[in-house]
Ligand binder design. Structure first.
Ligand code: SF4
Length: 203
């Protein structure tokens, strides 16, 4: 029988993966000459969905370490976000609302922020097992930097994504990962809904 890793072990591996993402992001941004200094836009108003229970649970591990007052503030903002996003979507608009964790321009959960927060800025690529390749252009400043270049660096996040999926399988359990409904939640919804259900012990 294979011993299932404890969530703490999986979280440690996730934090290593997050550091690798950060390193690769910084390397690509440097080659591109991309910085966030004086940026008029803010990535934290981007409307993203996140798809793994392990990231969701790790986010909650970080939230649980916060003072009650701070966590309650983020939770109230998350409720507001969910309501406003629902209104925008009902009107056919893509929500552009500040993330509930953004505190005066700074991420209030920097060490626990999710994959897409770490990689979104630079041009990046995802290759699927089917052979399909999807390119993401990065933030608007990155797009401007690449506009007049014939060649520019593209961060291939396929291997990092595969590592994340491996951690998801370890966290949820290999049998359950195939039967549970897909996660498709904004960060605000992940806060409002509370931590994901405990991972299975029977896998
Ligand atoms: S988690 Fe942090 S980095 Fe990600 S959108 Fe929210 S405030 Fe920005």
């Amino acid at each position: 029988m294979i011993k299932k890793p404890l969530p703490a072990q999986v979280f440690r591996k996730l934090s290593v993966l997050y550091e690798d993402m950060q390193t690769q992001y910084v390397n690509h941004a440097q080659v591109l000459g991309l910085t966030c200094d004086q940026c008029a836009d803010n990535c934290c108003t981007s409307y993203f969905q996140h798809h793994t229970r392990v990231e969701w649970a790790y986010l909650w591990e970080g939230l649980s370490e916060l003072p009650d007052q701070t966590r309650n503030k983020f939770t109230q903002r998350a409720r507001d976000y969910v309501r406003l996003a629902g209104e925008a979507l009902a009107e056919g608009r893509r929500p552009a609302i500040m993330c509930p964790l953004n505190d005066e321009g700074r991420c209030g959960m920097y060490a626990h922020r999710l994959m897409i927060c770490r990689l979104h800025g630079v041009p990046n690529r995802l290759r699927f097992p089917s052979g399909k390749v999807v390119d993401f252009p990065g933030c608007y400043r990155s797009q401007a930097l690449c506009a007049n270049r014939i060649v520019f660096p593209v961060l291939d996040r396929t291997a990092m994504y595969a590592r994340l999926m491996e951690l998801e399988m370890q966290f949820v359990g290999p049998r359950r990962v195939r039967t549970l409904p897909r996660v498709d939640l904004t960060l605000a919804e992940m806060i409002v809904q509370g931590p994901p259900q405990p991972h299975a012990s029977g896998d």
